[in-house]
Design a protein around this ligand. Sequence first.
Ligand code: ZN
Length: 73
Amino acid sequence: MARGHQKALSQQRNLKKQDAAKKGQGIDQKTAAQKALNFKCVVCMSQLPDPKTYKQHFEVRVQFINCSTSTFV
Ligand SMILES: [Zn+2]
């Protein structure tokens, strides 16, 4: 009986450990995602995940702005 009870207890502990690990991973992924959005577009304030995307986005934006200003000018 005692052994069975201990086994159940250790199983519960293992489950808790796994849960904690899962939660920890979730937090890590969230932080990583937030960290990844370090590139903020100065034009429209969008957050971009990496320099390449930022550059592409910025080029499109700047072209768009140039076009619209030249239309107005
Ligand atoms: Zn932008």
